[in-house]
Design a binder for this molecule. Sequence first.
Ligand code: PPS
Length: 318
Amino acid sequence: MNTSSAPRYTDLISSLPKEEGILEPYSYQYQGFWYSPVGMQGIIDCQQHFQAHKNDTFLVTSPKSGTTWLKAILFALINREAYHPQDPHHPLLNKTPHQLVPFLELLKPSDYDLFSNSSNRIFACHISSVSLPKSIMQEGKIVYLCRDIKDTFVSLFHFSNKANFRPSAISLEDAFNLFCKGVTLSGPIWDQILGYWKESLERPHKVLFMRYEEMMQEPHLQLRRLAKFLGKPFSQEEEKSGLPDQIIKLCSFDSMSKLEVNKTGTLVGAISNDSFFRSGVVGDWKNYLTAEMASKLDQITEKKFRDSGLSFTMLPSI
Ligand code: PPS
């Protein structure tokens, strides 16, 4: 995968509304959502050239909502016949989830062919439902993952300062103000979530709506739900042999974050692999946000999701 070529679509991108970015110096607003310059090129590329297949799986997420985790789970689940989760040579032991399940935004059209031989391709992206390539809306399955908004923000803030793409670190307050304004990677986050929530209600066989906290709280149930949605439910033998447990263990924060491949190296030469593993817990926002900040995010969330049937306080222990 080569991301080092000269910038593309520069005229189009430079004509778009531009704001300071939380993760990168600038974000650009495209079709109602904010993206990085690199992401923009990948989105236009895939809108113009990507062709989805009927056996494809697309993981769409709001950034920092557990993408790396669900990439690992999807890979282990979909490829469980080729690679048993206890196989000492399992690809997840020596490749990162991001290598095994690439982000569409980081691919160029010539990279799409690298995956054309696989009958069960898995791609990920952070693209809003309005900007997804049309063929993805028609072919394959979409798994959408989001996370508590406050935890997502805190995770993004830490990631930004670790990635170091900006000329200087961003303060929590500045990042917070941009985030609340919706100027965040693939934001406004509420609009991205709502777009896929609605799709999942209208087309439940096409779009599965998942949440980080539910994966944490009831991993077995969620894994079975995922397997069933993908048309690959666990057989009785697989259940009896403990295969779902083995997948959950292989992909757990504890296992993944200790692997050498995830502790060293970088994603496309830019982001250290270990920056995708920070604390991996629910509710870490309490250690960073003031009561006012938390209340402001809750209020925006409440207002945006009103009448949608979507609530971010529906899990009793969260
Ligand atoms: S990205 O950049 O969008 O791909 O980042 P993403 O993977 O979505 O989010 C990173 C956060 O997910 C946590 N993480 C995990 N949680 C549970 N289990 C596993 N296996 C796992 N792997 C990564 C990671 O620690 C980041 O959350 P925070 O809150 O920052 O710890």
